[in-house]
Design a protein around this ligand. Structure first.
Ligand code: OGA
Ligand code: ZN
Length: 366
């Protein structure tokens, strides 16, 4: 990536291609106290109100700076570093490489909580680990007074749902969700019936006195890649057909149509949804349904296979934060007569963790 000046025009060269940078693009980026508010870094001018055909009167390029005078009389000095940064994808969270894992994953990173944790470099490491593996476990997180709410709001803002700001996961009479029983929960993603689906789920263990009730996790990214490789037809149909996910209780009907494997605009992994008690496949041709059902059976087999699942027991104070677009989670059955098992849960959105990660990166110059 290179920047070059020729006849009052600025060019950038990238991957062997040379292109001119539009003068307006540079004019929008003028800095200095009368153009950008010092405290908020927000523009003090409205670029949509500027004349359209802004030209460059003169320009001077040194190693570190670009000095420009525009034909509306405005002068500015731009740091080359900042211009180059805009061409780099490296600040984007998507470019933190995902580390695929399966049941052989051992010794995953735990981070011990302390009072100033959210502003420490350790939190940056925890968030990086979260983006790499799709989950992270915090130890010794206070269990009193619904501390999960403080925890979540110290990273970003809680995503409230009809289950409340947070929810108590324990076996209770007349449950409106199987999570609130002592039944086993096969690997699933949460709330596929919402639009948008909550991005990040937090489960905080308050009590765990039973001998069962192990937590399970599966990397949906690993499984999707495996399916794509071994069963391309299944991968294709699961990423094409939108099914209806549904949640119904006394006070609400929630529905969303979406693919079980959702790809982004580049055909890359974006999100999985899997909750076979809540999905309704549309009525399609018999042959297509035949293929769809085989595909769903196969992916279910993979999600439930011992090859991909890790299993561990949450201790009081442990807080599991997981990517609900990438991972599936579940639990083994337990006997409620043995004692209490009590988790608290809530959701937060990606912009929370992204914002926090970028803030800590800036703060510690990482
Ligand atoms: C949930 C859930 C797992 C557990 O509440 O969404 O999956 O360990 N709970 O109880
Ligand atoms: Zn769940």
């Amino acid at each position: 990536m290179k920047i070059e000046l020729k006849n009052n025009k600025l060019f950038f060269e990238y991957n062997g291609l040379k292109k001119e940078i539009h003068p307006f693009w540079l004019r929008e980026r003028v800095n200095g106290d009368s153009f950008v508010d010092k405290a908020t870094k927000q523009r003090l001018f409205d670029p949509t109100k500027l004349k359209e055909n802004i030209q460059i009167n003169s320009m001077n390029l040194s190693n570190d700076f670009l000095e420009i005078t525009f034909d509306d009389g405005v002068q500015t000095k731009l740091a080359i570093q900042n211009i180059l940064k805009e061409f780099s994808n490296m600040s984007d969270i998507k470019y933190i490489s995902k580390i695929k894992w399966d049941s052989s994953l051992k010794d995953f990173n735990n981070f011990e909580f302390n009072d100033n944790f959210f502003e420490e470099e350790e939190m940056y490491k925890a968030l990086m680990s979260f983006y790499q593996y799709g989950f992270v476990i915090f130890k010794k997180v206070p269990t009193q007074n619904n501390f999960i709410v403080n925890f979540a709001n110290s990273i970003g803002s809680i995503r409230r749902t009809n289950f409340g700001e947070f929810f108590n996961v324990k076996s209770k009479p007349n449950p409106n969700d199987l999570a609130y029983t002592s039944l086993p929960l096969a690997p699933h993603t949460d709330n596929p019936y919402r639009n948008p689906v909550p991005c990040i789920q937090i489960l905080h263990c308050i009590e765990n006195e039973v001998s069962g009730g192990y937590s399970t996790l599966v990397d949906g990214f690993t499984v999707t890649e495996q399916l794509k490789k071994d069963f391309p037809k299944y991968f294709k149909i699961l990423s094409e057909i939108k099914v209806r996910f549904q949640f119904i209780d006394q006070s609400v009907v929630l529905e969303n149509w979406a693919e079980m494997i959702q790809l982004d605009e580049f055909g890359e992994f974006k999100q999985v949804r899997f909750s076979p008690r809540l999905d309704f496949v549309p009525l399609m041709d018999k042959e297509k349904l035949e293929l769809y059902y085989s595909a769903r059976k196969k992916i279910s087999e993979l999600y439930n296979s011992d090859d991909y699942r890790i299993e561990f027991k949450l201790q009081p104070g442990d807080l599991l934060m997981m990517d609900n677009y990438r991972l599936l989670h579940g639990r083994t059955t337990y006997d409620a007569n043995e004692g209490n098992r009590f988790l608290q849960g809530c959701y937060i959105d990606y912009d929370s963790t992204e914002g926090k990660l970028k803030h800590l990166k800036r703060k510690f110059n990482l």
